[in-house]
Design a protein around this ligand. Structure first.
Ligand code: RIB
Length: 315
């Protein structure tokens, strides 16, 4: 039972649930190449589910709105979410459908390449979001990503806005089409450089280009941009006339970057739900993201609140 007091800091994540099929490889294969893997693991993932687990491990009461299939993966995926404390009232099985699946290569430097097969995630509908309206209305923040249909994510953003609940959109993967209005006009958008480039149509490599892209996303409707710069940390822009703020990354030895962006997003959301200033919430996100890279896997690599607080204090 979650105490009523902490429900005010509740996070609702609307998003994907995947089984990750992970091959660890010496390097990522070239086109047409067959490469022998060092090892293989099957482990729970999906950007929505990863963010929900990370938020729950950071201490936030967390609800996930999502779908699994009716295959052999469905129960283990739900069991893992439950084990980490995620509330599953709005996670449903989908008859005649496989669970979402991700094929992942992780190279020896910890970098990854991911192909997703949407499965049941493609069947998450605006009606599923409407069914969670009561939970969304009482949330401290709603967290979205784009491995579910755009119309579904847009409905969640719209519903949150109607209830005055802030929305954090992690626009991953970035669609090859303009975002619908409710997803452009979010309180926080947190793309990585590739996603920012897709969304703005501009190159986003240097810090200067990142600032320009962030300004463009604000012109397009976002209130604030938190642009993820990988091992360089994040760039925060809090409005059209604001000065960009750089939040540096934490120095760790990465073994697997899968899910690090999700850990960051969850840390940012938890910090905001607790009332931290955006730059402090981004620092919490950076600490969570860094720790997630030091272990293999996605959900099972998410750090505890104690680990994150320890890293924050050590700086
Ligand atoms: O962000 C990492 C996640 O992306 C993986 O867990 C995989 O399932 C894909 O959704």
């Amino acid at each position: 039972m979650i105490p009523t007091e902490s429900i005010r800091q509740a996070i609702v994540v609307v998003g994907s649930i995947n089984i990750d099929l992970v091959a660890r490889v010496p390097r990522r294969p070239d086109a047409g190449e067959t490469l022998a893997a060092d090892s293989f693991t099957q482990t729970p993932g999906g950007k929505g589910a990863n963010q929900a687990v990370a938020a729950a491990r950071l201490g936030a009461p967390t609800w996930l709105v999502g779908r699994v299939g009716d295959d052999a993966f469905a129960d283990p995926l739900r069991d893992n979410l439950r084990r980490h404390g995620v509330q599953l009232d709005h996670v449903h099985p989908t008859p005649g459908c496989s669970s979402g699946l991700a094929l992942i290569h992780v190279d020896r430097s910890g970098e990854n390449a991911i192909t997703i097969v949407a499965g049941a995630n493609a069947r998450l509908t605006p009606a599923d979001v409407n069914a969670a309206a009561d939970r969304i209305a009482r949330a401290a923040i709603v967290v979205l990503q784009l491995e579910v249909p755009l119309a579904t994510a847009a409905r969640a953003a719209q519903l949150a806005r109607e209830h005055g609940v802030p929305v954090l959109l992690d626009p991953a993967p970035a669609p090859g089409q303009p975002l619908p209005e409710p997803l452009r006009r979010v309180d926080f958008i947190s793309p990585n450089q590739t996603e920012a480039a897709t969304l703005t149509g501009e190159r986003v490599e240097s810090t200067e280009e990142a600032v320009q892209a962030a300004r463009k996303l604000i012109q397009a409707g976002a209130a604030r941009v938190v642009l993820k710069l990988g091992s360089r940390g994040v760039l925060l822009l809090e409005g059209p006339d604001a000065e960009p703020v750089h939040v540096p990354a934490f120095n760790v030895d990465p073994v697997d970057t899968t899910g690090a962006g999700d850990a960051f997003t969850a840390g940012l959301a938890v910090g905001l739900a607790e009332g931290l200033a955006p730059a402090d919430a981004a620092r919490l996100g950076c600490a969570a993201g860094a720790l997630a890279t030091t272990r293999h896997g996605a959900q099972n690599a998410m750090p505890s609140r104690e680990e994150v607080d320890r890293l924050l204090q050590a700086r």
